[in-house]
Design a protein around this ligand. Structure first.
Ligand SMILES: CC(C)(COP(=O)(O)OP(=O)(O)OC[C@H]1O[C@@H](n2cnc3c(N)ncnc32)[C@H](O)[C@@H]1OP(=O)(O)O)[C@@H](O)C(=O)NCCC(=O)NCCS
Length: 145
């Protein structure tokens, strides 16, 4: 596994711009889509974490607080050159440990159908029927931490 650093990302920082680029590369460009100002507006109210390699994010994720004990995990993305090397798993595990220290007990997320197995291996359970978001099949998932 490459030598990475787990790091919280400050909104509107240089690292934040790099994270937005990574998210666009992994989550939007393959669909022919771009992030809108509206998409990014909520970022300032969320926690952003990344695995950094030589000052560049290679994996990133966002946490939206929904209550004192419930959060929504969003925008999970690993640079294609680093996928399937255990980095996504490592990032989520580190975020879960941090959230536990903050009193969070449940994490929910909307999983792309293609990523279901990844989340299932991390202990997330399907809690909905299939639905569509940005034109892709998704399922709601939940984990108690
Ligand atoms: C899905 C994604 C976040 C997974 O991150 P990753 O770093 O590639 O995954 P990891 O290497 O940490 O995989 C952890 C485990 O999940 C499995 N896994 C990962 N992606 C998988 C997939 N698409 N299908 C089946 N299994 C998968 C791995 O084989 C590994 O299993 P193991 O623990 O038994 O060895 C990453 O591939 C990605 O960014 N994909 C494109 C964007 C995306 O789909 N994001 C999620 C949107 S909801």
């Amino acid at each position: 596994m490459p030598d990475y650093i787990f790091q919280p990302i400050t909104f509107a920082s240089t690292d934040y711009s790099k994270v937005v680029q990574l998210r666009a590369l992994v989550l939007r460009q393959p669909l022919g889509l771009q992030f809108t100002t509206h998409d990014l507006k909520s970022d300032q109210h969320e926690l952003i974490f990344a695995l950094m390699l030589k000052n560049s994010p290679i994996a990133c994720v966002q946490i939206r607080p929904l209550s004192k004990t419930l959060v929504k995990l969003r925008q999970m993305a690993v640079n294609p050159a680093y996928q399937r090397q255990g980095l996504g798993k490592k990032l989520i595990q580190k975020v879960e440990v941090y959230l536990q220290t903050q009193g969070v007990r449940h994490i929910e997320l909307n999983a792309r159908k293609t990523a279901l197995k990844f989340y299932q291996k991390l202990g997330y359970k399907i809690t909905s029927d299939e639905f569509f978001e940005i034109g892709l099949p998704h399922f709601k998932m939940m984990k108690k931490i």
